[in-house]
Each structure stands twice: as C-alpha cells, then as structure tokens.
Design a protein around this ligand. Structure first.
Ligand SMILES: O=C([O-])CC(=O)C(=O)O
Ligand SMILES: [Mg+2]
Length: 220
C-alpha cells in the first residue's frame, strides 16, 4: 500500500463533522435561536466533490443552498482533547461548501426529523485543495467569500464564529473520537441563497485559496 498523503484527505473515507448555526447573523437569517452549545451533524465521505466535477441538485429538491465554510483537517486523532492542546491536532484547512437542500431541511425541521437527506447527499461537500496549517496562522481571523455568477453572496470573517476552532475540537472529541483525515466544517456566515442548474459558484478564503464549481441537475 502506498503511503497516504493528508493533502488528499478527501480520499481517505474519514468523517465529516459539521457545525450548524455557528454565526449569529446566519442563525438569525433562518430564524433560528443562537445556540448555547454547538449544533452538530455528519456528512459521509461520499459527499466530497472536487473542482472539475459538478455540484448536483438532488432530484427531490428545488431549493439547493450554498453555505461557504472553513474546514479544519485533523492531523492527529484523539479523544477528550483539551482546548489548550486542540491546535496540535490540526494538520491544515480546506475551503468547503455545505450544500443544503433547504426545502428538505425545512420539512425535516417541522417534523422533528434528522437532516440527512438535506445535508448528506452526493456532492453536498465541495472541497478545495488542502491548505497547510502554516498558511492560516489564526483560523479565528480569516475572511470567507462566495460568488454566484460573479455576484457576491456571502462574505464573512471567522472572528464572527460563536464557538472557536479549539473549542469545537475539544467539544466534539469528548464524544466522537477524532481521527487523522477527519474534517470539521465550522458553520456558515450570512448570505446563503439558492443555486440553479448551470450556475457558476466561486469561493475563497481571502486570496489564500479559491475554487469554482458548476451546478448541474442530477439525472436519475
Ligand atoms: O443549515 C444550517 O443553517 C446550519 C448550518 O449548516 C450552518 O449554520 O452552517
Ligand atoms: Mg453549514
């Protein structure tokens, strides 16, 4: 077996742990309460999609939203990691989209059901190239942006996060063991909106990384 390379972590089949409502301005735009503890959900590794392949609108949704997010790539696994040791477990970062079938999520919320069909479908996690840790000295101070067909829709700073990266690593690892190659999506700032077939999405973390994706409709 050839040695695995963390810069292709999306090929490892590891967990994607997502944090919801981590920016007050986004919680408000969807009329959700500001959480007292992190809201968590999972995506399977089959959700990853890389530049060059399209984001697919699931057949059962007519309201697919973009959510631009900072992804944290775990380099060293652990359980019950303290906040002070948390950053030693980070290998780097990635720019990610938490694609969300908002109509399905609304239905799940009203029925008190899990969000799996709204959040975990194939291509629901577009991911950039791996960003080594040194390139983002402070993950609590970077700007994220997203454009749809050249129009700016989301622009926010990770300083607006309610729960910081070290807090999230510590909180999650108390009950889900983190493993090398896991990814934590840290939540989205305000400005989420619907995308349509043939739209072009472009997103970036300042000018550290940019990525673009085309939207297509799932065929069958
Ligand atoms: O669907 C939502 O609004 C929750 C979420 O993922 C986020 O805040 O990033
Ligand atoms: Mg999200």
């Amino acid at each position: 077996m050839t040695a695995r390379n963390i810069s292709r972590f999306w090929e490892w089949g590891r967990k994607i742990i997502c944090v919801g409502r981590n920016y007050a301005d986004h919680a408000k735009e969807l009329k959700n309460a500001i959480p007292k503890e992190p809201v968590l959900f999972l995506k399977p590794p089959t959700a990853y999609v890389r530049e060059g392949s399209p984001i697919l609108v699931p057949l059962y949704s007519s309201n697919l939203h973009h959510e631009v997010e900072l992804g944290v790539v775990i380099g060293k696994g652990g359980t019950a990691i303290s906040q002070s040791a948390a950053m030693e477990h980070v290998a780097g970062y990635a720019l990610c989209l938490d694609m969300t079938a908002r109509d399905i999520q609304d239905e799940c919320k009203s029925k008190g059901l899990p969000w799996t069909m709204a959040k975990a479908f194939n291509t629901s996690c577009p991911v950039s190239e791996f960003i080594p840790k040194e390139r983002i000295p402070d993950p609590g101070k970077v700007n994220l942006w997203l454009k749809v067909n050249d129009q700016l829709r989301q622009s926010g700073c990770t300083s607006q996060m309610i729960f910081s990266v070290p807090y999230l690593i510590s909180y999650i690892s108390d009950f889900i063991t983190l493993e090398e190659g896991d990814l934590i999506l840290t939540g989205t700032p305000k400005g989420v909106s619907a995308v349509q077939e043939h739209d072009e999405l472009q997103a970036g973390i300042e000018d550290i990384v940019t990525m673009s994706f085309r939207v297509d409709r799932q065929e069958h």
